[in-house]
Write a protein that binds this ligand. Structure first.
Ligand SMILES: [Zn+2]
Length: 169
């Protein structure tokens, strides 16, 4: 999986659903082996929007051209998706910052779950940012935004190690 920030959003109407097509303006190499990625397919991914409604996103799946690797990577748009979360990025970010959206205002358990998850992964994520700075020279903000942290961790292929510890929310 890859988090993208340069994309266009287009309404897409299919026989089954109305959704948003994410049109990526970015080119990435495989986060695992560094080789080129080629378009593989498009899949739909439902998220719970800030107002509690379900929003369908159509995202690209890219496949690594390296025959030894062949991994499939989903392109996840920053601002909409946090990996493995059902709620949209805005709700997740608000909850982490002590606010709520309509989608979770009466769901204390969801709020607690998101906060518990973030408190658990944050020290690990900040360490990844630190090691990325040492490795690449990229300087992150003193208090980086949730979206920036998530993107850096995902695109450096470090997110997967937290998966077993991640509670759904
Ligand atoms: Zn690869």
């Amino acid at each position: 999986m890859i988090m993208i920030i340069n994309y266009k959003v287009k309404t897409l109407i299919t026989a089954l659903t109305v959704g948003l097509q994410i049109i990526s303006m970015e080119t990435h190499t495989c986060p695992i082996c560094g080789r080129a990625l080629a378009y593989f397919s498009t899949r739909d991914r439902d998220i719970i929007d800030t107002d509690g409604s379900i929003k369908t996103l159509f995202i690209r799946r890219l496949q690594c051209e390296n025959k030894e690797c062949r991994k499939i990577h989903h392109e996840l748009p920053v601002g909409y998706i946090v990996p493995y979360k059902r709620h949209c990025a805005e709700t997740i970010e608000k909850v982490i910052n002590g606010e709520v959206t309509k989608a979770v205002e009466n769901e204390q358990r969801t709020i607690d779950r998101i906060k518990t998850w973030w408190n658990y992964v944050l020290p690990y994520f900040l360490n990844i940012l630190k090691s990325l700075t040492e490795k690449t020279g990229h300087i992150f903000d003193d208090s980086p935004k949730t979206a920036e942290i998530v993107r850096a961790v995902v695109n450096s292929h470090n997110w997967i190690f937290t998966r077993s510890a991640v509670l759904s929310g």
